[in-house]
Design a protein around this ligand. Structure first.
Ligand SMILES: *Cc1c(COP(=O)(O)O)cnc(C)c1O
Length: 401
């Protein structure tokens, strides 16, 4: 068997048409290789990637330390079940816990799974009869039935109802409205500290602290979905540290293994035992490959001082984009937290994504009008400038409709 299939983009599109369910809108491009913030297609075109791996590739494509760790591990021990101890899984948990709030970890393989575990731990930890979880409009928590019910966006529920009972939706940023939704059956509040898919929406000052106080008052768990914001994305290890508000439970995935599939739930030590033996599991969760990739990811961030780098890159993007805003009346707002960047337009952003693709810059548009950039935290400055030049040109030429 050849190591690569070796098809052209057109041949690959034809293969998908025949054999792969069309549940994604895909660009008609066959990507075959990546290095840092660059990727190449089968025709040899080079793309500058400001959205590497949908936010999973926080260290860019094929970060050398992660590659080396995985290569070594895959030839040593690929998988053993969670009926055994694995030093690498224990060390991975330690690496995360020492950089967060000293909790304990449960490992899984994706963000939606981490949030399913959060839903379970909230219900298991609470007295009988308390089961309702408050989540927020515009939030995103994943696609399995529990997580998608937690996702307060009707477009993701359409046609798959009935949803899971026990979820209540509050308007994002409205503390008083949230307070009014708490009743004797409420067990937790779950929120992204910065909404990602919802358009890089940063909560109003004091909102997260208000939720913390409310949870303390009413005996609720505060659960932060840091699947997108976590692991250094915002220039802090975890976004909760930026706001100075510590959750009881935190979920991670996307970048947690530097591009390898992995997810985690981190719970405070006094809450963790609620996930007792027999109540939850993930066959591949915390497997040696993911664990080694996770450890290598955190070590790379530390050794290369990438938290600071993410902050500096964030300032570069803020400077470039706010300057652009003064020249381009289509830009309503620029929102930046490290390398989590949203540019809200007054028009549909999808033509801009298309135009950037033609100029070989990969970006994303979410919620119709928000350009979302999740560049790697080690994106070289010249490449940041190069991409900003393209984006500026594209946005200035965007048809106003
Ligand atoms: C992407 C995302 C998820 C879902 O993660 P999957 O790995 O796709 O299941 C959940 N929450 C947030 C905040 C996300 O950004």
């Amino acid at each position: 068997m050849p190591t690569a299939v070796g098809l052209s983009s057109a041949e690959t599109v034809a293969l998908f048409k025949q054999h792969v369910i069309a549940n994604y809108n895909r660009y008609p491009v066959n990507l075959v290789r990546g290095e840092g913030s660059l990727v190449w297609d089968s025709e040899g075109n080079r793309y500058l990637d400001f959205f590497p791996g949908w936010g999973c590739n926080l260290l860019g494509h094929c970060p050398p330390k992660v590659v080396a760790a995985v290569q070594e591990q895959v030839a040593t021990l690929i998988h053993v079940p969670n009926t055994w101890h694995m030093d690498v899984q224990g060390r991975w948990a330690q690496v995360i816990n020492e950089r967060s709030f000293g909790g304990q970890a449960f490992f899984c393989n994706s963000g939606t799974e981490a949030n399913e575990a959060a839903i379970k731990i909230a219900r298991l930890h609470s007295p009988k009869g308390k089961y309702k979880i408050i989540t927020f409009t515009g939030g995103f928590h994943g696609r399995t039935m529990g997580s998608v019910t937690a996702t307060a966006q009707p477009k993701y529920h359409d046609g798959i109802e009935p949803m899971l009972p026990g979820f209540v939706y509050a308007p994002f940023g409205d503390l008083e409205a949230t307070r009014e939704l708490v009743d004797d059956e409420t067990c937790a509040i779950m929120i992204e500290p910065i909404q990602g898919e919802g358009g890089v929406r940063i909560p109003p000052a004091g909102f997260l602290q208000g939720l913390r106080d409310l949870c303390n008052e009413r005996g609720l768990l505060l659960m932060f979905d840091e699947v997108q914001t976590g692991c250094g994305r915002t220039g802090d290890w975890f976004a909760y540290q930026k706001f100075g508000v510590t959750p009881d439970v935190m979920t991670l995935a996307k970048a947690v293994c530097g591009g390898i599939a992995g997810g985690a739930l981190i719970a405070k030590r006094e809450i963790a035992p609620a996930l007792r033996p027999g109540m939850h599991a993930a066959t591949f969760g915390g497997n040696p490959i993911a664990a080694r990739a996770g450890i290598a990811t955190f070590e790379t961030i530390e050794e290369e001082n990438l938290l600071d780098n993410a902050k500096q890159l964030g300032e570069l993007f803020r400077r470039r984009l706010t300057k652009l805003q003064q020249q381009c009346d289509l830009i309503k707002e620029v929102r930046v937290a490290g390398v989590m960047i949203g540019v809200e337009l007054s028009v549909d952003g999808n033509p801009a994504v298309q135009a950037c693709l033609e100029r070989k810059l990969l970006i994303n548009c979410t919620q119709g009008k928000t350009i979302r950039l999740l560049p790697a935290m080690n994106l070289p400055e010249e490449q940041a400038e190069e991409g900003c030049d393209i984006l500026a040109d594209v946005l200035q030429k965007l048809p106003r409709s």
